[in-house]
Ligand binder design. Structure first.
Ligand code: FDA
Length: 394
């Protein structure tokens, strides 16, 4: 039987940060993962460039049944701490927009720096290792693994959420939580595209597949995000859509303002005065792609020369473009979701240490907890911060 001080299950973002930090303070750390490679989601993230944190990260960027839970960890390991680590390894990066920091080259720069820090601190990493059973002992835990029995003082669960099963996601962390008496908040896919089944809307999405509209305001249940939207064969995607998906529940209507930065009624009236013979379709072609303008003019409006519209008709056109109502059929689910909402109830975990309030020596970090960030590097920041917090005590 292998005896060690700390076992961390899950060599993703949170597990790697926890491992390097715990080993860095002298703990003997064994990091286990059932996948054949550590940090697969890091490699896939940010379109291959890893949006590793956000300059403006703060507790308001996180959803949880317990809004205060994330505050302590985020304050003790902030975006500036991770940026300092990235700088220490001379990884080149840039701000893309809205404080989102991406690698200049590739996401593997971030994984490599974490693995490098783990190796230097003496972390033992074992891949292709699954765990079939966990038993509580008088002081610590015993794990039945595919590589034999392991006993430890502290057990850290860093197995993430359910999104993208092909990257190693499993419900393991939730099972462990339940085994040790924890409550789970219902899980659902977050930061995920919407699917559309309404025939007319579906046709529009399919015809415009690949078309992106810049800086739309997408709202649902009093929450709004201004970012790009993207039409897809299945429905709607793009950053604004992914953001709002975390707040959407089945049956909710989205309101999309396609031109939030333009006073559309005033603009249409001005065009009517200045270009009375121009067709609506032609004018919309100056605001959207020609193809989109033609489709909207055909499917939503009757396109005619501007001089032929009554003031009421112009207002109706503005209303449709400013307050487009969409009822998605659903989301694309865990197959494409970036995160899992819900998870281990944070009321039963210490916000300072990430230790279970039900079973001493057991810790939960990262996405397995009911803490979910907005799109933009916040989810990794939570992984770094919660991993670091647990490492100070595990
Ligand atoms: P993570 O999922 O990273 O790691 C869990 C680990 O546990 C995995 O290595 C898995 O193999 C292992 N595991 C699971 N079950 C196990 C078991 N039974 N036994 C042993 N090991 C097990 N966020 C962000 O901030 N910026 C970004 O750019 C992106 N981009 C992005 C793109 C895509 C495609 C996805 C899917 C997600 C993102 N995210 C993101 C979200 C981000 O990847 C996510 O929030 C973090 O990886 C969560 O870190 P964790 O360490 O908690 O889980």
């Amino acid at each position: 039987m292998l005896v060690t001080q700390v076992v961390i299950v899950g060599a993703g973002a949170a597990g790697l940060m926890c491992a390097l930090s715990a080993a860095g303070r002298g703990r003997q750390v064994l990091l286990l993962d059932h996948a054949n490679k550590a940090g697969k989601k890091i490699l896939m993230s940010g379109g291959g460039r890893c949006n590793f944190t956000n300059l403006y990260s703060e507790p308001a960027n996180f959803l949880s049944g317990n809004a205060h839970f994330c505050k302590s960890a985020l304050a003790r390991y902030s975006q500036w701490d991770f940026i300092a680590l990235v700088a220490k390894h001379a990884v080149p990066y840039h701000e893309k927009k809205l404080g989102q920091l991406f690698c200049d080259h590739k996401a593997s720069d971030i994984l490599d720096l974490l693995l490098d820090e783990c190796a230097k601190a003496g972390v033992e990493l074992r891949l292709d290792t699954s765990i079939s059973e966990i038993a509580k002992q008088e002081a610590g835990y015993q794990l039945q693994t595919s590589a034999g029995l392991v006993s430890c003082e502290s057990l850290v669960i860093a197995t993430g959420g359910l999104s993208i099963p092909t990257l190693g996601a499993s419900g393991f962390g939730y099972q462990v939580a339940e085994q040790f008496g924890h409550s789970l908040l219902p899980t659902r896919a977050g930061l995920v595209p919407f699917s559309i089944t309404d025939p007319q809307l579906k046709m529009l999405c399919t015809q415009l597949s690949g078309t992106s509209v810049e800086d739309c305001r997408v709202s649902c249940k009093g929450k709004s995000f201004v970012e790009n939207i993207l039409f897809t064969h299945r429905g709607l995607s793009g950053p604004a859509i992914l953001q709002i998906s975390s707040f959407w529940t089945p049956g909710d209507t989205l309101e999309i303002n396609l031109l939030p930065h333009l006073d559309l009624p005033a603009w249409l009236t001005q065009q009517q005065t200045e270009r009375p013979n121009s067709e609506l379709k032609t004018l919309l072609g100056e605001l959207f792609t020609k193809k989109m303008a033609a489709l909207l003019a055909e499917q939503w409006f009757v396109s005619k020369p501007m001089k032929q519209y009554h003031p009421g008709e112009l207002l109706a056109i503005a209303e449709q473009l400013n307050r487009w109502q969409v009822v998605p059929a659903g989301t694309e689910g865990y197959r494409t979701a970036e995160v899992t909402l819900g998870g281990v109830d944070t009321h039963e975990v210490s916000s300072k240490t990430m230790e279970s309030l039900k079973s001493p020596g057991l810790y939960f970090i990262g996405e397995v907890l009911d803490v979910t960030g907005h799109l933009g590097g916040f989810n990794f920041q939570w992984a770094w911060a919660s991993g670091y917090a647990a490492a100070q005590y595990a």
